[in-house]
Design a protein around this ligand. Sequence first.
Ligand SMILES: NC(=O)c1ccc[n+]([C@@H]2O[C@H](COP(=O)([O-])OP(=O)(O)OC[C@H]3O[C@@H](n4cnc5c(N)ncnc54)[C@H](O)[C@@H]3O)[C@@H](O)[C@H]2O)c1
Length: 318
Amino acid sequence: MNNRRKIVVIGASNVGSAVANKIADFQLATEVALIDLNEDKAWGEAKDSSHATSCIYSTNIKFHLGDYDDCKDANIIVITAGPSIRPGETPDRLKLAGTNAKIMQSVFGEIVKRTKSAMIIMITNPLDVATYVVSTQFDYPRNLILGTGTMLETYRFRRILADKYQVDPKNINGYVLGEHGNAAFVAWSTTGCAGFPIDDLDEYFHKTDKLSHEAVEQELVQVAYDVINRKGFTNTGIAMAACRFIKAVLYDEHTILPCSAVLEGEYGLKDVALSIPRMVCADGIMRSFEVHLTDDELEKMHKAAQSVRSALDGAGIK
Ligand SMILES: NC(=O)c1ccc[n+]([C@@H]2O[C@H](COP(=O)([O-])OP(=O)(O)OC[C@H]3O[C@@H](n4cnc5c(N)ncnc54)[C@H](O)[C@@H]3O)[C@@H](O)[C@H]2O)c1
């Protein structure tokens, strides 16, 4: 019986190591290979994670330093290579476009020489730029390239409302869509809490401070920079988001989650990658949904597209 499941994680710093360790926590692989330009870092992270597998609570997952040949038989490849926004820097991931587009071209150039069948989970920022670059500049099946996108903003949105109403964040449903970054927006028309309409929550939870859509949207964007400025980086939330997609693929879940891919005319948009609700299964992105948006939300979707497109133009990417 072949129960082998191999995951390659490229980029073994804050994000890559967190993803690798969560893969172990959730027993999502039998083998995890870590690749980084900094081989010592990848070796050290793999070795450290391997020590944890000796614990009675852990599964005996094979962690090791990898190289690109590990991609040949990988089921899933997670891409986290490339720098992040640092504490104190201008709070805009799009400024990483030029540098990280080049890194994506180099990393993906190595991947496509070895496989065209692994599921690719994109994490590197600017996420929508990185997803667009690998999807359009290489001959790789588009359905197998998924950017984590606004899944993370959606988690942040749930947490913000959960804290306001003191309810389980998993009771909060609905989507944050658009850019993973400053032009992310809440599709309020899709949101609710345990079946209650979102704008009735103040009444149900006896709140006198009224829900402000604008304040929530600002907070869910700003909080990422607040974490970076205080902690130095973000990694735990994104590692959870990555594992959510990995599970959806491994278990052929047909689950609908917000994630990024190149738009194919949805909302009248092309030539850009953005997050919209998409069904994820063993074949990757099975289909995308042009969920109904209000005029205001539609305008925000178009603004997100303009913002990502201008970063692509700035990096010389058609
Ligand atoms: N999508 C999201 O929601 C999300 C969330 C958090 C972080 N991120 C992004 O994830 C990326 C990684 O974040 P981090 O904090 O780990 O960054 P980091 O700067 O600490 O680490 C980046 C790593 O990439 C490696 N690297 C650079 N070029 C490489 C190449 N060509 N091949 C292999 N490895 C290479 C570096 O050696 C380094 O170890 C950043 O782009 C960050 O913005 C995305």
